[in-house]
Design a protein around this ligand. Structure first.
Ligand code: ZN
Ligand code: ZN
Length: 474
């Protein structure tokens, strides 16, 4: 090309083509109108609120394998059928069954004080009558190791304050203590372990959550103290006092039990064999109602899918709501889903998980191949005027971890978690904490995103091999 004017024009055309591919295709007016309609409808709906109310008030706590869990499975099947989902079924999952039993504790000296505590999920019980010993403090897992001889025959107490952050990242900084303190303390000869709750509330509610024992290490009882009680023990020790504590846990492991992932679908109009999963978890801890964790997440995904099913024209692909079993103490439901649907995983084009409560949503996080970015940016641009347009790299959830490992693009709402950990895994996680207006921002964002993923011309690029490894979330 010798003509300089032609070279210039060709260069311009190249730039224009580049700009177009970076911004993605301009969404059609029809598509935009449908997304906007979903958002507006979601903001007015009572659906998610009513679903959460049904699960929390009529089923109650539903720890894996418990009678409450069985009631939850029956409730989910009935609810999905009543709400008009197709192909509703319960897919059996074998789950661990842990039972809390009775529990109590007190400071014996220097001054008697009745403690508010709870066993961590998976802990062994104490001998009848409990255990009593002097308390030694550490402030990290490495600090537990460093106690050495000082821990022998004692109760190890780990005091670390969880930071309140709007993105919930204070959790990741403290949850390893909950999971691992017992075996670390047993290795240095402790007879029991107490931790400051992994939670941000200063109310006298202890926060439970999963812990596990290392193979070949003595299993010692492990409990969380309500934060004000933990801070009391900390102050006494800091003041040089010898602190003796007694606590008794009636916790025990029972034989594995049957539970189920409950599934319901909105079949796609063109490519019904291609699937977008919308997940939350059906199980909960036993202390509260499991309203924010995770009835809220289920309420959001069920209502988002239902609203899409009510559209005059359904999206191309099938939406599949999955109420996962056993997220809290085993992830057996997540594994069973991926195994049971292994042949179908190449047809899973995306998965969204909602498991960060009922707080305000401002957009979505995503994990997919880089070519997905322009399309997602064009969806976010439609959502921006509604306050839902935040996009960040990095999305997913514990139940869809195995799908991520198979390369399925995974998503989660960006949610204000600043108050989530006041309630999380405590007796204070009850229905009254749900704010309908905030909740519906989640319904709107998930409905818009799910519709976009089910309606795109082609599936989004899958997660590159190197980025598929997942981490345990909440
Ligand atoms: Zn959860
Ligand atoms: Zn949880």
């Amino acid at each position: 090309m010798k003509n300089p004017r032609l070279v210039f024009l060709a260069a311009l055309a190249g730039i224009a083509a580049l700009a177009l591919s970076a911004a993605g295709p301009e969404p059609s007016a029809d598509f935009r109108a449908t997304v906007e309609r979903l958002v507006r409808t979601a903001r007015e709906t009572n659906g998610a609120y009513d679903t959460i109310r049904g699960l929390t008030d009529s089923v109650g706590p539903r720890l894996s394998g418990s009678p409450g869990d069985a009631r939850a499975v029956a409730w989910a099947e009935a609810a999905l059928k009543r709400l008009g989902f197709a192909n509703v079924r319960a897919e059996t999952v074998t789950v661990p069954r842990w039972e809390r039993g009775e529990e109590s504790g007190e400071i014996v000296s220097p001054a008697p004080f009745r403690l508010s505590l709870c066993a961590l999920g998976g802990s062994v019980g104490t001998p009848a009558g409990g255990i009593e010993a002097e308390v030694v403090e550490a402030q990290s897992l490495e600090g537990v190791d460093a106690l050495g001889e000082k821990a022998k025959g004692r109760i190890v107490f780990v005091w670390k304050v969880m930071e309140r952050k709007s993105d919930g990242s204070g959790y990741g900084a403290t949850v390893p203590i909950r999971g691992g303190a017992a075996s670390r303390a047993a290795k240095v000869g402790a007879i029991g372990v107490l931790i400051r709750s992994v939670g941000t509330s200063n109310a006298r509610f202890p926060h439970t959550g999963a812990m596990s024992y290392q193979e070949g290490v003595a299993k010692i009882p492990a409990a969380a103290l309500a934060n004000p009680d933990a801070d009391l023990v900390h102050r006494l020790l800091e003041g040089g006092k010898v602190v003796r504590v007694r606590f008794a846990l009636g916790a025990r492991m029972l034989p594995d039990a049957a539970s189920a992932n409950v599934v319901g679908e909105i079949p796609g109009r063109e490519k019904p064999e291609e699937i977008v999963v919308l997940g939350g978890h059906l199980d909960s801890w036993d202390l509260g109602q499991g309203a924010i964790d995770d009835a809220a997440g289920l309420g959001i995904v069920i209502e988002a899918a239902r609203l899409i099913g009510q559209l005059p024209k359904r999206p191309r692909r099938t939406l599949r709501v999955v109420a996962f079993a056993n997220e809290e103490n085993g992830l057996a439901g997540a594994r069973a889903y991926a195994k049971g649907h292994a042949a179908e995983l190449p047809l899973h084009v995306a998965a969204i998980e909602s498991d960060s409560g009922a707080g305000r949503v401002s957009g979505f996080g995503w994990t997919a191949g880089p070519a997905a970015e322009p399309y997602l940016a064009s969806v976010a641009a439609i959502l921006k005027p509604f306050g839902l347009g935040d996009v960040k790299k990095g999305g997913g959830g514990a139940d869809i971890g195995p799908l991520r490992a198979a390369g399925v693009p995974v998503f989660s709402p960006i949610q204000d978690s600043s108050r989530y950990f006041d309630l999380h895994h405590s007796a204070d996680d009850t229905f009254d904490k749900i704010d309908r207006e905030e909740l519906n921002t989640g319904v709107a964002a998930v409905a818009a995103l799910a519709y976009s993923l089910a309606e795109s011309e082609a599936p989004l690029e899958r997660i590159p091999e190197a980025e598929r490894a997942s981490r345990r979330e909440r």
